[in-house]
Design a protein around this ligand. Sequence first.
Ligand code: ACO
Length: 402
Amino acid sequence: TVDIGSLYKQEGIFTFDPGFTSTASCKSAITYIDGENGVLLYRGYPIEQLAEQSSFLEVSYLLMYGELPSRETMESFKNSILYHTMINESLLRFFNGFHYDAHPMAMMTGVVGSLSAFYHDQNAMRDPNQRDVFAHRIIAKMPTIAAAAYKHSIGQPFMYPQNHLGYCSNLLHMFFSVPAEAYSPDPVAAEALDLLFILHADHEQNASTSTVRLAGSTGTNPYAAIASGITALWGPAHGGANEAVLDMLHEIGDVKNIPKYIEKAKDKNDPFRLMGFGHRVYKNYDPRAKIIREMCHKVLKRLGKENDPLLELAMELEHIALNDDYFVEKKLYPNVDFYSGIIYKALGIPVSMFTVMFAIARTVGWTAHWLEMVGDPAMRIGRPRQLYVGEGQRDYVPVDRR
Ligand code: ACO
């Protein structure tokens, strides 16, 4: 028999790091996180400054191309995004194949992946200009596809993009317009969405971005790589947490029930976790959560919804958890998803679409990482190793002798 251990020895040393807690899979110049001190920089710019002064499309440009654009560059970038907002009519017909109650993230995975059947010239991706076309196309089309998924789920006709509107106002239009009635997107809602998208745009090598990089490293079609990112984002341990937070708040129902749920979260025999709490990298308050928390009050006030009982419940839950020894010791703070769902809900976005919203914003990060990776002449296929713990070599036993 073969001694598996000695085989590994022959191959030399490699690390065993399940969960990738301390393994850097690549070099990147896009986003910097200091988890101990709660710092997040996009291309060196603090997230707080970008949230206050920039816009989602400008941040998109910054993440992908490394510098803030001049006025002229920004204008032509915006025009290029607007040029690509339409989707092929036959792509729209894909939605008819989905049952009305399909989860929107399931539809997104399928439909975004199918863009690879419309734009399938893999060789074109060797050309940097074609890579830019891909990048602009996917950023432009995500809201259109997301809105089509939403309209399908509620049985309403699809609304075509209106390019005179801004990126987020256009998204609101495609979600909430109906042919029979005039609708004009609320600028407060569009502004809130834009800010949420800035905060969600990138977060270095999280599960979905790493998935996009790994898939992309094989040279696969980039739209297919983005679809793999959507799949990874969907889970409740990652982007699906914003939906799970709202479900959890509804389940808790009342401030008086909070202590019971805190105890459940601490009980190691109970699978329940406080959704929207904890982060692999942040061992301090997530800087994005700080911004969203503040924004939550402002947005709800401006929309006349400041007495939302869910906000009161969330704040009390945060207060109790942050003063509990278990959460203090384990450095479990609210993350970006804790308050984002409350804002999405106030904007009228249905809970099942929350993770789709996240996906629209994170598409920029996925794309920036894909561009960085494929533009690197030293790019190699990603191929993790494993620690084999199975049987040693043994002989096949014919079925009548088993
Ligand atoms: N509630 C209760 N206990 C928790 C929580 C939580 N939300 N999060 C972590 N813990 C505990 C774990 O039980 C573990 O305890 P132990 O040391 O006694 O075993 C310890 O804290 C460390 O947790 P891990 O799961 O090992 O940490 P990891 O870095 O692997 O996971 C994660 C991070 C997935 C975010 C986790 O904190 C979690 O499940 N949180 C809830 C889901 C969530 O909000 N996800 C969104 C993350 S942000 C984003 O992706 C956009």
